[in-house]
Design a binder for this molecule. Structure first.
Ligand code: UN1
Length: 515
């Protein structure tokens, strides 16, 4: 199968044309007079289609429509909003294959990963349906006679969601399925490299909303970071900006939002490590590390970038990992059996080459990889060998996130030393330990252990389920999305005090007697 065949099969079904509007403000904005982005497939570098970008006037229309809709949407009881989310989930089930294939051709993922991304959207819709009946607040005892206190959660408003190319629709759904159940409307700025997926996603979900007779609640403004991204982050009509992407851009967005005292959910870089101890089940550890490092060609926030090996198993593990790397099938991700597709584009490839070079300049030893792979017939795609470098914890490249299949191997003797190495990076998203030793595992999970938002035992750093809160510490930005109580970020908490007595006693015993 090639890009052209898949394209022919899905474009009409997804309602996509050669030129598509990238702006939805209740209706699709015309494409005339707007700049166009060409979407290129990383698989062979071929153009798939074009998407128009929002002008400032378009953006204003988007914001106006989103605010108007919020007034209606926030009035609807939450469980009924949940029904809309259920309809969206059903619509996504219908289009799982087609949207999954679009993810494969626009993001370069394997067919299984493309469909997996849509499944992640369906899963979060399921979670949001249940949540729509569970926006619970606490009741609190009052120190005053005949008083009652409780807290309630109210819709927040219109929220902004800015997503990256590597999970071009799942991360949008993490935010918006929860936010819409919570009563919010949303404005989406997708990555310019995932614009076509965004358009297709909007068509699917909007159909479901419309079918149930509600006004549109999802809005779209395709554009660059310096235009739409900047407009959104400085716009006080958006009380929350959820941003997934690089640390430098995250800092910029965070500053803009902080200046207007808005809220952010930041999901920035990860530099995730797997610790493999001498007590590990080596076969499982190899599988977990290989999946973590190679899936999506190392272009996940959760990709395993560092491998911390116990000295007793170091040589054996490294040799076996190298063996897996030598055999892994790299190529057209639309083909059955291929596990590693291309890097996103030339810029990603240059970053990969640069990291390999710089790490070696710092003294790292290349064990495997470090070069481009030529796939006949797919010369326009940037395919690379998965790469293993033996390194030292303090090297700059070991502390840097490179969105590519590069793993730095580090050696440890004691579990304390392993965790010191582990935490010796600025990022703090995901982590893993492979061990069958209770003490090692508990040390890893203690406050002296992993400093990440996500900690895995005997499973990979990548591939988190939507039921948990997703996000990380330090330069990863501190945000949490998706499951658990992440919904609270999309609502505003109100502490309520009710006096049902005949007097007006004051808290803290304060007296204020008036005649
Ligand atoms: C991301 O890379 O931004 O945990 C998200 C995982 C996926 C999500 C990754 N479920 O690997």
């Amino acid at each position: 199968m090639d890009v052209e065949t898949v394209k022919k099969e899905i474009m009409e079904k997804l309602g996509l044309d050669e030129v598509n509007s990238g702006v939805f403000y209740g209706e699709w904005a015309p494409v005339e007079g707007r700049e166009l982005i060409t979407s290129y497939s990383p698989i062979d570098g071929s153009p798939i289609a074009k998407v128009s970008m929002a002008t400032k006037e378009d953006y204003e229309k988007v914001m106006k429509a989103a605010e108007e809709s919020f007034k209606v949407w926030s009035e609807i009881p939450a469980p009924k909003r949940g029904w809309v989310v259920r309809e969206i989930g059903q619509e996504l089930i219908k289009y799982k294959k087609e949207l999954g294939r679009l993810v494969s051709i626009e993001a370069g993922k394997t067919l299984s990963e493309g469909e997996g991304e849509v499944q992640e959207m369906i899963d979060i819709a399921d979670l949001a349906i249940g949540l729509s009946r569970q926006f619970y607040g606490l009741t609190i005892v009052s120190e005053r006679e005949e008083h009652r206190m409780y807290e309630q959660w109210l819709p927040l408003g219109t929220i902004g969601v800015i997503t990256s190319f590597n999970f071009p629709c799942a991360v949008w759904a993490w935010n918006t399925m929860i936010a819409s159940a919570a009563g919010d409307t949303s404005v989406w700025k997708p990555s310019s490299k995932g614009a076509l997926i965004a358009v297709a996603t909007m068509k699917i979900v909007n159909r479901a909303v419309e079918r149930l007779g509600y006004p549109p609640i999802f809005f779209l403004a395709v554009g660059s970071g310096s235009t739409v991204g900047e407009w959104m982050s400085t716009d006080s009509r958006l009380p929350l900006i959820s941003f997934t992407g690089s640390i430098p851009t995250g800092k910029r967005i965070s500053e803009n939002v902080a200046k207007r005292l808005g809220r952010t959910i930041l999901e920035l870089g990860g530099n995730n490590a797997a610790i493999v101890t001498a007590k590990a089940d080596i076969n499982n550890a190899l599988k977990g590390v290989a999946f973590g490092a190679l899936a999506t060609s190392g272009q996940r926030c959760t990709s395993t970038r560092r491998l911390i090996l116990h000295e007793d198993i170091y040589d054996e593990f490294l040799a076996r990992l190298k063996n897996i790397y030598e055999k892994v099938s790299i190529g057209n991700p639309l083909e059955e059996g291929v596990l590693m597709g291309p890097l996103r584009d030339e810029a990603s490839f240059n970053k990969y080459m640069n990291a390999v070079k710089k790490a070696q300049e710092e003294g790292a030893k290349l064990v495997y990889g470090g070069e481009r792979v030529n796939i006949p017939g797919f010369e326009g795609g940037y395919y690379v060998k998965p790469t293993i470098l033996e390194a030292k914890p303090d090297m700059e490249m070991v502390k840097t996130e490179t969105f590519a299949p590069i793993i730095y191997v580090l050696k440890f003797r004691t579990i304390e030393e392993a965790l010191e190495i582990h935490n010796n990076v600025p990022q703090g998203l995901s982590s893993a330990i492979f061990t069958n030793d209770l003490r090692e595992e508990e040390y890893f999970l203690s406050h002296k252990g992993s400093d990440c938002g996500i900690a895995n035992v005997n499973t990979s750093t990548a591939g988190a389920e939507i039921g948990g809160a997703f996000g990380g510490e330090k330069e990863t930005g501190g945000g949490r999305e998706s499951g658990s109580d992440a919904w609270k970020a999309y609502m505003r908490r109100q502490t309520v005090t009710i006096n049902y007595g005949k007097e007006l006693p004051l808290a803290q015993g304060v007296r204020f007697d008036i005649e």
